[in-house]
Design a binder for this molecule. Sequence first.
Ligand SMILES: Cc1ncc(COP(=O)(O)O)c(C=O)c1O
Length: 327
Amino acid sequence: MEKAELIWHNGEFVPWDEARVHVLSHGLHYGTGVFEGERCYETERGPAIFRHRDHLERLARSAELFYLPLPYSTEEIAEATRELIRRNGLRSCYIRPIAFRGYGEMGLYAHSAPIEMTVAVWPWGAYLGEEGKSQGVRAKVSSWRRISPAGLIPHAKASGQYLNSILAKTESANAGYEEAILLDERGFVCEGSGENIFVVREGQLLTPPHVASILDGVNRRSVIQIARDLGYTVVERDIARAELYIAEEVFLTGTAAELVPVRSIDDHELGDPGEITRHVQGRFEDALCGRAEEYLEWLDPVEPAGPAGAADGDSVAARQGSSKVAP
Ligand SMILES: Cc1ncc(COP(=O)(O)O)c(C=O)c1O
């Protein structure tokens, strides 16, 4: 991976190579951590983080669900992240906030072990490749089912839960595919190993509902809104496995991958990215990069607003109703 200069660790900006944890950190042994994946894009207003507040709110919810009291407020983490990007001099980057139980106590009820909090940023290109984004990827339905709500918490983005995604991703990669699609415990389509899924049938966009054990993807929500704004019907319903094979189009959404068409599933050819996928993808990319006026409120500018901007409250913090306006 490409390094940046600094990482924010437990409230301090430390050199990349010095951001260390103890080998007996609880999170390393038991997966007791919650994290986010976000992206900052170069826009006309300078670098801006896509749906920053939504990601940090999901982080807070994940932490709550796993009994991990966050040592910093959402606003403190948000400002530390903006400052980290500024100090690293990055114009666009991936952002990884993580909170985890650190060193101090072992065992499963280690409530005295401190919660550590880190935010790292670094340049990271398209997760499934630029070609994947333009030509589509080949996917395989995994033999591993997505974690069940009976045993874990699919709605949380928690470190230990990713062993499930890793099994699916590894299986598909070893079999020569670019991505895995997991079914839920009932056998309905759930999501990719790190992305939500959309299926086009008879001109409508279908996506699995929350009871299908999905992660409540920030980009899923964005794409649902964009597609509806473009005039498409979006239906959240259970999707049978075979519907993937007879779909007109299929695509994946996620922060790391962005919007990626799927060109074949289990060797059933869907072909080149379809018209609806292209249409939604184009608008989605406009939204990410600040080219779509109606979605500008999704972007949190990293640079402090200039005097003109500050005067008219022209910052995402102001637009989102936060008392804190960037200085
Ligand atoms: C398992 C899983 N599903 C879906 C997503 C997509 O979520 P988002 O759009 O918030 O990045 C991700 C990525 O965070 C993920 O890891």
